[in-house]
Design a binder for this molecule. Structure first.
Ligand code: FEO
Length: 406
């Protein structure tokens, strides 16, 4: 992939990672990209770098436009490894460049590199950098999604370089939203956005809303959003802003996900009549078997649905480990505005369903009680109970969903 001009004299000089399927434990079936940008103004400026494995790629892309030693300014919006670990390679080529970074970014970067010989300028919200015909405005976005995070706004071109925010894990031969929708599909793009948000940004909904409000208060117009992963928003940046506002406000589909695991298929058998009950109440339903599905996909489906039922057999008086694992992971993602319930089979003492409800309570989720436990194998009579359990849950999901309808 070569450099791509995204606006006059502004180039994408990043790298496409077609092969990555495990992104720090998060499944990335579509791969990803590490986007960084070169602004060819009187004072040449690089916005972000890429993951160290791809340092050569970005250097070649930069060289296709200009010799790297001519870069005068380097903005580091975010120090996570996938964006900042090739900074040493870039600085070796342009040692007199100045790095613009937040205070926390500078402290963090010093844990990865010897920064003592680098020119570093700490910036905060409202600070600007004039690079010739353009002025760059810095906006700190702490905890979106790291303490060091910030965005950079090009006032003249109205481009927001948004680091991870508004990104998606997509490797593609095209760079822009309109191109992607034409060559792939709107559904795939929307799904990638939900996937990224659910797995990375779910804990930060309130912050996202307040930061978008801050941007609106500044009265800045946005013509293009250029994130550090995936597709660049040039045709419809308003779409991704609205999607983020909706997701941060707790929007979800009026649907149910059943996320389960099973030992000897008894809990698995329960899922079908439960699903039928949900469907007969008019709600869509997806069934996700944890052992056959990457956890990030299950997290995404949990996030997309207003309601989720977790199915777990009892093993040694507690939940099946895969179900315990996803609930533990979800507790860190701090989900809100979702209703949950649990079901499962047991042999003698039981305990898994009770354990699931204890986790739900800790997370502060809306809870549908009671759960449903079936001894050993579901009988036909038990399957009727499962069907009614599904119907009852669907009714509660529909009722709860009304809170979010305007
Ligand atoms: Fe894409 Fe927070 O790194």
């Amino acid at each position: 992939m070569t450099a791509v001009e995204i606006k006059k004299d502004i180039y994408w000089v990043g790298a496409i990672d077609w092969a990555v399927r495990d992104f720090h434990g998060y499944e990335t079936p579509r791969g990803t990209s590490y986007n960084n940008y070169l602004i060819m103004d009187d004072e040449i400026t690089l916005i972000d770098t890429v993951k160290d494995d791809f340092a050569e790629v970005t250097i070649k892309n930069i060289q296709s436009i200009v010799q790297p030693e001519k870069i005068k300014h380097i903005v580091i919006n975010h120090i996570e490894n996938d964006h900042a670990t090739s900074i040493d390679r870039i600085m070796a080529l342009t040692p007199n460049a100045t790095i613009y970074i937040t205070e926390k970014g500078k402290k963090g970067l010093a844990r990865f590199f010897d920064i003592s010989k680098w020119n570093m300028k700490v910036v905060k919200t409202g600070d600007t950098l004039n690079i010739g015909k353009r002025t760059l405005l810095f906006l700190e976005t702490p905890m979106l999604h790291w303490p060091d995070s910030m965005m950079t706004y090009d006032k003249e071109d109205k481009v927001l370089f948004s680091q991870d925010a508004f990104g998606q894990h997509i490797a593609s031969a095209v760079r822009f939203d309109d191109e992607f929708i034409t060559c792939e599909s709107m559904y795939e793009l929307d799904d990638a956005i939900a996937d990224y948000y659910a797995n990375i940004l779910m804990p930060f909904g309130q912050l996202i809303k307040s930061k978008i409000a801050d941007v609106q208060k500044l009265g800045i117009e946005i013509d293009m959003i250029a994130p550090d992963h995936g597709i660049i928003w040039r045709a419809n940046p308003g779409k991704i802003l609205q999607m983020y506002m909706d997701m941060a406000s707790g929007c979800a589909k009026l649907s149910v996900s059943i996320i389960y695991d099973t030992m000897w298929h008894s809990t698995e058998i329960m899922t079908t009549p439960i699903m039928q009950g949900i469907k007969d109440e008019g709600l869509e339903c997806k069934i996700i078997k944890l052992r056959a599905t990457p956890m990030s996909v299950a997290v995404k489906e949990f996030w997309k649905s207003r309601g989720t039922l977790f199915g777990t057999p009892t093993i040694n008086n507690v939940m099946c480990p895969t179900v315990a694992q996803i609930l533990y992971h979800l507790s860190g993602l701090r989900p809100k505005n979702r209703i949950v319930g649990a079901f499962g089979s047991f042999g003698w003492g039981g305990g898994a369903v009770k354990g699931a409800y204890e986790e739900f309570k800790k997370m502060g989720l809306e809870i549908s009680e009671p759960g449903l436990q079936i001894n050993y194998r579901p009988s036909l009579e038990d399957e009727t109970k499962c069907y009614e359990f599904g119907k009852e849950f669907a009714k509660k999901v529909r009722e709860y969903h009304k809170k979010f309808e305007s």
